[in-house]
Design a protein. Structure first.
Length: 450
């Protein structure tokens, strides 16, 4: 256990070698958990759970969880929204507990292994067990969100201001590289399932469960490398909801930080919806096969590594805020073009995937590092719980609109084009944030380029 006081930057007497070792351990949690976002949430679970729901549907195409009639084609999107609402309840408490006790690692371990276990349990999704699928999705998504609160809150402690864009970008690059590696194995199994003597549905369930095993196994590395820090007495004296209420009051003293969170909430809702619903759009609206979707997502993963590192370098010259704004323009153009994709044309879907990949990693990595400059010292986990609510915890509106639009119109094209508004509004809100002033108001040094 470390004995350093929590602060916004690493201690001056901490050696560069110790800091690099901890950073390498930090990267590995992205490596561990990103396969869930890629293989499970983006590729396999959406189309597979939709098919399970359809097999359980009545003659009108509706399932009835808790007696509520829901279109089988919308069940996955609604389950994602439900998981996000649960995350909103749990994440602030996890962040408050982490800052109060200083024991981030045990909390990270609980969240990571609960999520990994739920993901591994997806092996048992067969027949018409759509309710089990929805339950495991909700548990895994909420656990991932809580773990990311704790993981992200380490960034200000392991990297000084001048390093954070690069460190955050490397973390995202590790995650996308991991996702690409596992997707290659998934693709091999899925395409050759007959050779391995397993049905297609069993191959999908193996791919889902393997993501949970991967997540759990590689989480051991950050749990060995990351160090807990002692907390100031003022933080240790706070308890539960009292601390959370104090955090909300404290954030009102930093209105520009709140303005950034609002902008991030809006445009990231669009990002998260694209991630979770793209495979459903490709399979249900464009009529593309599972192997085509896997190749497209693999392309996203590979180019996201390149995009995250390239945009991290671009931020050194242009600043993180300008680079993020440029990525939002690219998002708007790319998703708008997705509305016009012809059905049954994999090449154009690959072009769309390439555009998404080039901006995906960089926009997320730079948003995380930019926010780390806006966090007052000693409040990392609390503030990152608010950030994670914006990242995952408030990303319920996009899937909800996506699902409602399909239920009302029967067209996934109408659903996908609605997401453009999230990027346009997010751009307008971010332009208005005075980032340098926000950093100074938080009591942190302003980098040369921001």
């Amino acid at each position: 256990m470390g004995t350093d006081t929590v602060r916004a930057t690493p201690p001056a007497d901490e050696s560069a070698a110790e800091r690099r070792r901890e950073q390498r351990g930090w990267y590995m949690y992205d490596w561990a958990c990103s396969v869930y976002s890629t293989s499970v949430l983006t590729v396999f679970l959406g189309p597979y759970l939709t098919e399970i729901a359809k097999s359980a549907a009545d003659g009108d195409g509706y399932v009835h969880p808790l007696g509520v009639p829901i279109s089988a084609g919308s069940f996955f999107a609604y389950a994602v929204s439900a998981s996000v609402i649960l995350s909103v309840v749990v994440m602030p408490m996890a962040g408050a507990a982490a800052d109060r006790t200083g024991r981030k690692k045990p909390l990270l371990a609980v969240a990571a292994y609960l999520g990994a276990a739920a993901t591994a349990g997806m092996f048992f999704l067969d027949g018409d067990r759509y309710l089990l699928g929805g339950f495991l999705l909700i548990v895994a998504n909420a656990s991932l969100a809580v773990s990311m609160v704790l993981y992200n809150s380490y960034l200000p402690q392991i990297a000084p201001p001048g390093e954070r864009d690069a460190v955050s970008s490397r973390g995202w690059a590790f995650g996308y590289a991991s996702g690409a590696l596992v997707l290659v194995a998934n693709l091999a199994l899925f395409l050759a399932h007959d050779t391995f003597g397993v049905p297609e549905s069993t191959a999908v369930r193996i791919c889902l469960a393997s993501a949970g095993v991967w997540w759990g196994a590689f989480t051991l590395v950050p749990l060995r490398r990351l160090r807990d820090r002692k907390v100031p007495p003022s933080a240790a004296s706070a308890r539960g909801w009292r601390q959370l209420a104090s955090t909300v009051r404290d954030m009102r003293r930093h209105p520009h930080t709140l303005s950034f969170l609002l902008a991030y909430l809006v445009y990231n809702d669009g990002v998260q919806t694209v991630i979770s619903q793209a495979s459903v759009y490709g399979s249900e609206e464009l009529g593309l096969g599972q192997s085509t979707l896997i190749v497209a997502v693999l392309l996203v993963q590979v180019l996201a590594v390149v995009g995250a590192l390239a945009m991290g370098r671009l931020a050194r010259t242009c600043g993180a805020k300008r680079t993020i704004l440029g990525s939002l323009v690219a998002w708007t153009v790319t998703i708008g073009a997705g509305f016009f994709l012809p059905a049954g044309a994999p090449v154009w879907f690959f072009v769309l995937a390439a555009g998404i990949g080039l901006v995906l990693g960089g926009s997320q990595a730079l948003s995380r590092s930019l926010f780390s400059h806006l966090v007052p010292a000693g409040k990392e986990a609390e503030y990152f719980s608010a950030y994670e609510i914006s990242d995952r915890g408030m990303a319920w509106l996009g899937p909800l609109i996506f699902g409602l639009t399909y239920q009302l119109t029967g067209s996934y094209r109408d659903a996908i084009v609605s997401l453009v508004a999230f990027f346009v509004i997010g751009f307008v809100l971010l332009v208005r944030v005075p980032v340098e002033r926000a950093i100074r108001d938080a009591g942190n040094p302003v980098p040369d380029r921001i």
